[in-house]
Design a binder for this molecule. Sequence first.
Ligand code: FRU
Length: 507
Amino acid sequence: MRNLYLYVIIILIALTSCSQSGKQYKIGVSQCSDDIWREKQNAELRMGAYLQGDVELHFAAAYDSDERQVQQIDSLVETGIDLLIVAPNQVATISPAIDRAFDKGIPVIVFERKTSSQKYTAFIGADNYEMGRVMGEYIASQLHGKGRVMEIMGLEGSSPAIERHNGFAEALKRFPNIEVVATLQGDWTEESAVKAVKAYQGDLSNIDFVFGQNDRMAMGARKTLSALNSELSTKFCGIDGLPGEDGGIRLVRDSILDASYIYPTHGDQIIELAVNILEGKPYEKETLLMSALVTRDNARVLLMQNEEMMRQSDYLDQLHHRADNYLDELDTQHLINWMSLGVIALLLIIMVLFYLYHLKKIAIQRERVVNTLWNMKPEDIPQAAAPEEPESHEEPTEDEPVTASLFITRFKEAVEKRLDESELSVEDLAADMNLSRVQLYRKVKSYTGSTPVELVRTARLNRGYQLLLTTDKSVSEVAYQVGFSAPSYFTKCFKEEYGLLPGDLRK
Ligand code: FRU
């Protein structure tokens, strides 16, 4: 019994503890725009989150709109993020929203583009000034220090546009024979470069080099200028140097662009930084990502390396899928296991309740046996109405007991004396008590409400009950000892009387 309780408790503890789930960091990612560079980075962010295991990412893309980005940051904060990763569209305009998040105690990682506020936890990105500077030097060296150059800037007010421009201008200072004929304003999109070049009023015929502050704008300028002049000798270079079909590396390899500069995305590294911050581990406040110039000399190698990496990551993807499927199966299996545990727990509870009910029933039966008329002391036996006058001629004798209790005590004695006789009849008992069969029947019936045969049977069963409880005798032995000629009949009567089998009493 005690064991049963123990099992039930263990199972209940196991069932409740299984509902506890692991911790999860909710990280908001506010991207200023949406393009192939951001797509690559978002994929890496997702991969990083997947590898970290307990990170949930919430993305928002502002499509180059300050207003939208401010709103998106505010609503990400409202959803209860644990950390904000943000690439601010412009330096100053997004800062108030970032400050609000930071002031609420949310750690902020500013990545790739800068903010004018100091309210951020960490910055991670590449050196845009250096990129502009290297591009300036590269172009100057390609032109042997002499030529006409055009620059197409990225979104006004965004930190990479400012820094790339400053680096570029700085590099060209050393080359007085390089003339920057125009610095056009774009917004990082190809269309913005197309528009800017088309709108340019100056001479486009003898530009030697166009520096697009990213590859997309360099391509916009190239398309526009080639449409104007089929004999075009102008060279184009940009920044981003993405791998893949539409990426800058292939454009360089195929001599569509003259050079590009890898602008690292490193989403997985950003997630790693985020998790370090969230877990209170040491981290760098400012992380500068490595980067490199892409020219025809290294474009092929870079592409090959990238293809190899893609192959490997395809394998990894497949492995992840397999692992995911396996985990799904495992989850289902767990669910089934928990369900069967639940069913087992339920069955155990039912068994315990049934067992308790059974014990109670036995207790009631015991009480019933103790309280039965047959076991009562003569003075406790309720007085019954006087027996009706017998219809037979056999009148009661003078010395016959007059009170019910005395009569029943005598009857009980007479019965108990001969309880082991299976052939015992009412006539025998009547003779023992000097009564006729009919007299005995009537008296017994009127004092007790039962017939002599019923009482003899009750007496036999009561004795049997006592013997089963107090001796080691078998059920058959007991049955014979209390005057049943067949043990099976004893068992049947016993079950009717006490609601349980003689064998169960022993258990
Ligand atoms: C991507 C992008 C890149 C560019 C960078 C500047 O959204 O426009 O092409 O190098 O952002 O922040």
